[in-house]
Design a protein around this ligand. Structure first.
Ligand code: RB5
Length: 154
């Protein structure tokens, strides 16, 4: 599976471990191909820019899933969910990671550098990558309704 990763400066926030490089290494050691959509250092940047780069990659089919990191996971998830077809989920526990896949068919995982330890990130990533969508009718129906919300006109 090809996985995209992106972050704002929180992905390079000290003290070590620096989360984005650590997660890239973790995924590559497990055999995943990883595409890095930036940012590439600790200078302050705007999280919508990096969520946008990754979501565009996912929509174009460059990657199958994406992982975004910011301080809390909130800013990148708010950004990513503006894109049609993106189902971005902040996950802070293993149960959230499991349900984000089985119920919500999450295709972008949002992690908080200031919320989770790197070990908690690894555990959440493993569950999120290895849990299939349940495909149950009620969940599919809700996701179809979610897509239609984008058609709402004020
Ligand atoms: C940046 O300081 C911080 O606001 C950002 O990483 C994120 O947590 C926003 O939701």
């Amino acid at each position: 599976m090809k996985i995209g990763i992106g972050c704002d400066h929180a992905g390079y926030e000290g003290p070590p471990p620096l989360y984005k490089p650590s997660i890239i290494e973790y995924l590559q050691k497990k055999g995943y191909e990883v595409i890095d959509y930036g940012t590439f250092g600790p200078e302050s940047v705007d999280y919508p820019d990096y969520a946008k780069a990754l979501c565009e990659g996912l929509i174009k089919g460059e990657i199958e899933r994406g992982i975004l990191i910011c301080g809390t996971g909130i800013g990148v998830s708010m950004s990513a969910n503006r894109f049609p077809g993106i189902r971005a989920t902040v996950c802070t526990t293993p149960l959230m990671a499991q349900l984000a896949r089985t119920h919500n068919n999450s295709n972008v995982l949002c992690l908080g550098r200031r919320i989770l330890t790197i070990e908690q990130c690894y555990e959440i990533i493993d569950i999120w990558l290895n849990t299939p969508f349940s495909g149950e009718e009620r969940h599919q129906r809700r996701l179809e309704k979610l897509d239609k919300l984008g058609e709402f006109k004020c």
